[in-house]
Every structure is written in C-alpha cells, then in structure tokens.
Design a protein around this ligand. Structure first.
Ligand SMILES: NC(=O)c1ccc[n+]([C@@H]2O[C@H](COP(=O)([O-])OP(=O)(O)OC[C@H]3O[C@@H](n4cnc5c(N)ncnc54)[C@H](O)[C@@H]3O)[C@@H](O)[C@H]2O)c1
Length: 311
C-alpha cells in the first residue's frame, strides 16, 4: 500500500484523510502538534473503515517519524483566516509552521511529492520548494481545483444543469486577483461567455473570487474545508494512480506564461512524477492583463516571505 501523510490534522487535514480513505488510495498518517488529537481522529477513522468497507491503515501522531516513507506529504498545518483577514495576513505565522513541516518530513520521506494547502497558498508552496531544494515536479499547491469547483457549482446552479456538464478553469494566484477564464470554461462544450448573459457571468466571477471569504464570513471561525480537502484528494489520486490528469494547480513557473520564480495557478498534468507538465493556454490581451495583475500580487507575497525567511 502506498502512504500519504497529512501534516495538520485540523478541519482540512482530517477531512482530507476521510476523502482519501474513502478512495482506498493509501495508508494514512495524521500528524499534528496537539497531543492526542491526531491519534483520536485517526482511531475514529480507523473504526469507520469496516462500515465503509475500506482496508486502509490510519494512524495519528505528534512525531514526524511516523511519516517515514511517505509517497505524498500534504501540508495543511497552520492558521486559517478569520472574518476580515486576507490569506496574506497569515504569512508570518504560517511560514514558521510550514517551514518546519517541510524540512522535518523530508528527513523521513526523501522521495515524497508535496501537496501544499496552507495559506497564503502560492507562497507556502514556494517556501516548501525553496527550503527543501526539490525539483519543481515534486511541489504542487492546491488552489485551482477548489476555485474552479466553486465556479462550476455556481454555473451549474444558474444553468440548472448537472455539475458534470460544467468545466471551469480558474487560474492565477489563490487570492482576490484569481483569474476565472470564461472563454476556456464551458457548458457541455459551449464557451461560458456564449452560454450565460454577461451580467450573470460577471456575478459568478465575483462570487468565485470571493468564494473563500463568503464561507469564512458565514462560519465566523475557520475557513472552508470540505471542498478544499476533496480537491487535494483528487490531486493525490491523480498522482498515485499516474492518471496524467490535467487539473488547475499552483506550480513553479520557469518561463511558462512569461513568468519566472513564482508559484502560480495554471493547468498542470499530474501523474506519478508529480507535476509532469504545465499546459499553456493561448491567452487574449484581457486574459494576459488579468494574469499579470494576479502574478504581481503573488510576487509581492513571495517578496514579503523573503524578508522573513532566508531562502
Ligand atoms: N489552499 C486552499 O485551498 C486551502 C483550503 C482550506 C484551508 N487552507 C489553509 O489550510 C490551513 C489549515 O486550515 P484548517 O481549516 O484545517 O485549520 P485548522 O485550524 O482546523 O487546522 C490547522 C491545524 O494545524 C495544526 N498545526 C499548527 N501548527 C502545526 C505544526 N507546527 N505542525 C503540525 N500541525 C500544526 C493545528 O494544531 C491545527 O490542528 C490554513 O492555513 C488554511 O488557510 C487552504
């Protein structure tokens, strides 16, 4: 059996474990700093397996040694947003946590592929790559699957159609400047901008951009975790099953889309090698301008990180 370790057994980490167990993809380790909590959640989940008929080992631990030999390390440790906060407000607190999670896990799993969720997402993926000095194929950030799923849900609701008929591609940084593409997104093959009236489309784009904040404001403490964790489970499955599945993810750019030395949301091919390829869409002038604006915002957070951590 393959092995996935999840660092941070909070709302997102624990729910990720459940989605992964349901897929019977890998044995699982839940790791957290809170004593007893990952052990308790792990045991509860282990006892769930006979009911859902999945043969998966699940253990909780406070010790990084338990993550030894992992094929995938998922990093969800760190603070979530509170109402009124941007993802960037989490930078200094989460840089310490993610830095430690990245370096400690690498000691026990030198070949692992990293999937990072902790916010500010693009910059935490950048930190993981730089601190661990990994090839870019082995560090991927989760944002685009979630942002695209939010847009898909809103479009399906508006169109009165199955979510399966809706394909959406939200690219760019995982912040308010993200780029929902309306030409490439489609309803059963029809470009979204031809399918929905402009005002409805605009409303969906705005709601997608603020989708995380909408949930933060409703929950009042904590942020979304069902859809984010389902997203990371889909990415993990694509990797471990070597599916060569193209999904929007945050990847380290080396010239693609004219961007360099930045993690940015783009369509990537996921397989057993991790991020196997960045797919380049042809962008029109307006889409290019949106990409540049979003990249500038991400770059700013990367620069702020470099003032905090020597990388
Ligand atoms: N990229 C995305 O789409 C996405 C989606 C959801 C959440 N997130 C981010 O993921 C992070 C976690 O969110 P959550 O809702 O699960 O929060 P949460 O508070 O429920 O869980 C976070 C967990 O991290 C643990 N933790 C803190 N320091 C740690 C350390 N040094 N080592 C191991 N564990 C540690 C905490 O004890 C806690 O259990 C946040 O930064 C949030 O913004 C990102």
């Amino acid at each position: 059996m393959q092995k996935i370790s999840i660092i941070g057994a909070g709302m997102t980490g624990a729910t990720t474990a459940l989605w992964l167990a349901e897929r019977e993809l890998a044995d699982l380790v839940l790791m957290d700093v809170v004593e007893g909590m990952p052990q308790g959640k792990g045991l509860d989940m282990l006892e769930t397996m006979p009911i859902i008929g999945r043969d998966v080992e699940i253990v909780g631990s406070n010790d990084y040694a338990a993550t030894k030999g992992s094929d995938i390390i998922i990093i969800t440790a760190g603070l979530p947003r509170k109402p009124g906060m941007s993802r960037d407000d989490l930078l200094s607190a989460n840089a310490d946590i993610v830095g430690k999670a990245a370096t400690e896990t690498l000691k026990h799993s030198p070949d692992a592929i990293y999937v990072v969720l902790t916010n500010p997402l693009d910059t935490m993926a950048y930190l993981t790559l730089k601190l661990n000095k990994l090839p870019r194929e082995r560090v991927i950030g989760q944002a685009g699957v979630l942002d695209s799923a939010r847009m898909r849900a809103f479009v399906a609701h508006e169109a009165g159609l199955s979510v399966e008929n809706i394909q959406c591609y939200v690219l760019g940084g995982h912040g308010d400047e993200m780029v929902p593409l309306t030409r490439h997104s489609n309803v059963a093959g029809i470009p979204l901008r031809d399918y929905l009236p402009a005002d409805k489309l605009e409303a969906i784009i705005n709601r997608t951009r603020k989708g995380g904040g909408e949930i933060v404001n409703l929950l009042k403490s904590g942020s979304a975790y069902y859809a984010p964790s389902a997203a990371v489970a889909q990415m993990s499955e694509a990797i471990l099953k070597d599916k060569h599945l193209i999904l929007p993810c945050s990847a380290y750019m080396q010239g693609e889309y004219g961007l360099n030395d930045i993690f940015f949301g783009v369509p990537v091919k996921l397989g057993r090698g991790g991020m196997e390829k960045i797919v380049e869409y042809k962008l029109d002038a307006d889409e290019k301008a949106q990409f540049e604006k979003s990249a500038a915002a991400v770059k700013e957070t990367h620069e702020a990180l470099k003032k905090l951590v020597k990388i």
